[in-house]
Design a protein around this ligand. Sequence first.
Ligand SMILES: [Zn+2]
Ligand SMILES: [Zn+2]
Length: 120
Amino acid sequence: MDIMGIRIPTVVEDNVARRCDGCLRVIQGTPWRVNILDTVTTEVAGSWTETSVINPGPFEFHPDEACVRSWMAGRSFLFCRKGRVREIMRPIPIAAPDGAPLRWGLCDGIHRDDHELVPA
Ligand SMILES: [Zn+2]
Ligand SMILES: [Zn+2]
């Protein structure tokens, strides 16, 4: 592994405790990494670059969808129930009709029809 750009061969990466971003407990074994794609659908003006609302990650979780969903819920993300939790999630801006701050939904972006966003 690298620390400050210096390769330290005696430190095995597996010995470093990783914590789940969902339940905050130590992850044994390989973490499940989730990245949020840093692009926005074209029908929405470029709020992504103006306000970096979403940290693109990667976030690390136990290999359990429940951990990812609880992390989303803690950040008030909505989850598209037509998709699944995958390694790459697409952010879906949700326009508020009353001008309130935008919320974000997350979808794996694989289905072609409309999103069905529900609380994570
Ligand atoms: Zn967890
Ligand atoms: Zn969707």
